[in-house]
Design a protein around this ligand. Structure first.
Ligand SMILES: C[S@@+](CC[C@H](N)C(=O)[O-])C[C@H]1O[C@@H](n2cnc3c(N)ncnc32)[C@H](O)[C@@H]1O
Length: 256
């Protein structure tokens, strides 16, 4: 298909230009792998979230960090330069993403695992159901957990399980920084008035999806539903609502 070939060429040319200008970063994947995280600036978004982790979740260099749905390492990359004494663990259903990360990060401080789970958007042939998944870590393993743009792709039974599992593996006092599309009075008004960047359909119960034929493409949760599951300490509304904000998605901070 010519369109696809042209896109591949354009992405390769942009990668080559980075190298020619001396801007190549070995922890930034080639652009052809960016599809899972959108075409925003990979390094800039990662750096932005390191800032949120420090400012909102109080991340320090000696913390042990869990990155749920770590993808191609957008959060791992800035942590590689920040953690000193601390450790990193990430897991994802995307085998190719995990293989890419494993080949590039130091295995003594950065652990990457494949979760053999189904996700209609990211791994439709995954063998197991994420709603019963036990994270591959003992209780009380981490100081900080991060989930960027992951709960926005999980259906309610899976999101419920992932929040519970995150609380299990966080140490007492540990912090979770997670992004959501939250349904509250502000976002509901934005959706009604057509100002929201994503046109979620009318919610069914606590959950709204943008595309009923592929619900995992974008999932929004009622704020009350989230509050029933985690101890919410702060919410930073995102620009997806059509207003100014700290980031595109809503950022939620909670404490174990
Ligand atoms: C939009 S990407 C975000 C990746 C990464 N968190 C980031 O911010 O760059 C969503 C990620 O969630 C992963 N994912 C989907 N379902 C998952 C599940 N049940 N468990 C773990 N990861 C999952 C996808 O494979 C994909 O890498």
């Amino acid at each position: 298909m010519p369109g696809r070939a042209a896109t591949a060429l354009r992405l390769r040319a942009a990668d080559a230009l980075d190298r020619a200008r001396g801007r190549h970063d070995p922890l930034v994947p080639p652009r052809r792998l960016w599809g899972t995280v959108g075409q925003g600036d990979f390094a800039a978004v990662g750096d932005e979230f390191l800032g949120h982790l420090v400012a909102l979740a109080g991340l320090t260099p000696d913390d042990d960090v869990l990155d749920v749905g770590c993808g191609i390492g957008r959060i791992a990359r800035p942590l590689a330069g920040f953690l000193d004494g601390g450790s990193y663990a990430g897991f994802d259903v995307d085998e190719r993403a995990i293989a890419w990360c494993r080949a590039r990060y130091p295995a003594d401080r950065f652990r990457f695992d494949v979760a053999e789970l189904r996700n209609a958007r990211y791994r439709p042939d995954g063998p197991r159901d994420a709603s019963t998944f036990r994270f591959p870590y003992p209780d009380d393993s981490f100081d900080v957990a991060v989930m960027t743009s992951v709960l926005t792709h999980l259906l309610a039974p899976e999101a419920d399980r992932y929040l519970a599992e995150t609380l299990r593996v966080l140490r007492p006092g540990g912090r979770l920084l997670a992004t959501f599309f939250l349904l509250d009075d502000g976002s509901r008004a934005a959706l009604r008035e057509g100002r929201a960047a994503i046109a979620f359909r009318a919610p069914e119960g606590a959950v709204a999806v943008a595309d009923p034929s592929l619900p995992e493409e974008a999932v929004a949760y009622d704020e009350g539903w989230v509050r029933e599951r985690v101890d919410v300490r702060a919410i930073e509304p995102g620009t997806w609502r059509g207003d100014a904000g700290r980031s595109f998605q809503d950022i939620l901070l909670s404490c174990a």
